[in-house]
Ligand binder design. Structure first.
Ligand code: UDP
Length: 241
């Protein structure tokens, strides 16, 4: 597979074309961002850590029969994935109250929810990713009713795989964000998990000490961000080198 032109530069990853239009390369940079890009930094070893973390998690999800865009890791910082048309919404599942949900409803962080709670957000840094419901998404044409149902079902299935995977390692999966789309070579087929699953897009708390082991370390200036990402990786069995 030959690497071609830069297609898209996100806040932490760059996407490159390949000689096959069905595939693109995701390059994980050392950049980290928070608050819709208002806080930026570079963290040594972040790119390779997240590339390996994501490859491992995508493999576990594929093993559980969940369709993902991931094909294979190419090198330390790059993975080959299916080229996708992404749906413009973010899917969040929460097992424990934290972050924007705690703030929005005046709840205490750390409250365990009696069942996983699903939320949709519109993907828009300029609008600060507003919370939206099924009607907004369907009536405004961001996704169809069928795509909405598939995103919810798949996000819950991911939770059923990842929550026990982390809890077996003594880590609480508090919440996480997923993004879905259609592979370019199957535009009308079932939706597929895209983007990434890394500590950048989820909350992970040590089950004993409640220590934060995710991007909140960067958001809240707690230090040792990548050290903790790598500790999580080691505890769940990600081969880091
Ligand atoms: N999240 C994300 N990207 C976003 C918004 C949220 O990866 O643009 C993740 C975030 O890391 C957390 C979960 O989704 O694990 C829920 O985030 P929340 O709505 O609480 O927002 P935040 O507190 O991160 O602003």
């Amino acid at each position: 597979m030959e690497k071609r032109e830069e297609r898209y530069r996100g806040k932490a990853k760059t996407v490159y074309g390949t000689d096959d239009p069905k595939f693109v390369i995701m390059h994980y940079r050392d950049d980290v961002s928070a608050f819709d890009g208002a806080k930026l930094a570079k963290l040594e070893q972040k790119g390779e850590t997240n590339n390996r973390f994501n490859a491992y998690v995508m493999g576990r999800l594929a093993g559980a029969g969940i369709r993902t865009h991931f094909v294979r890791m190419l090198n330390d910082r790059e993975s080959l994935v299916k080229a996708m048309r992404m749906l413009p919404v973010e899917c969040v599942v929460r097992n424990v109250v934290a972050g924007s949900m705690a703030k929005r409803y005046g709840l205490e962080e750390g409250m365990r929810l009696p069942e996983p709670l699903f939320e949709f957000f519109l993907k828009s840094d300029a609008l600060h990713d507003p919370l939206v419901n099924d009607d907004h998404i369907r009536i405004l044409g961001w996704a169809t009713a069928d795509e909405i149902a598939q995103m919810k079902a798949l996000t819950h299935r991911v939770n059923a795989v990842l929550r026990p995977m982390f809890s077996d390692a003594g880590i609480d999966l508090v919440d996480y964000k997923l993004e879905f789309g259609h592979p370019l070579d199957d535009p009308y087929g079932p939706i597929v998990l895209g983007d990434e699953f890394t500590p950048d897009g989820c909350r992970l708390w040590d089950a004993q000490s409640a220590e934060k082991m995710d991007k909140d370390r960067f958001r809240r200036d707690l230090g040792n961000v990548i050290g903790k990402y790598r500790e999580v990786a080691t505890r769940i069995g990600v081969p880091l080198d």
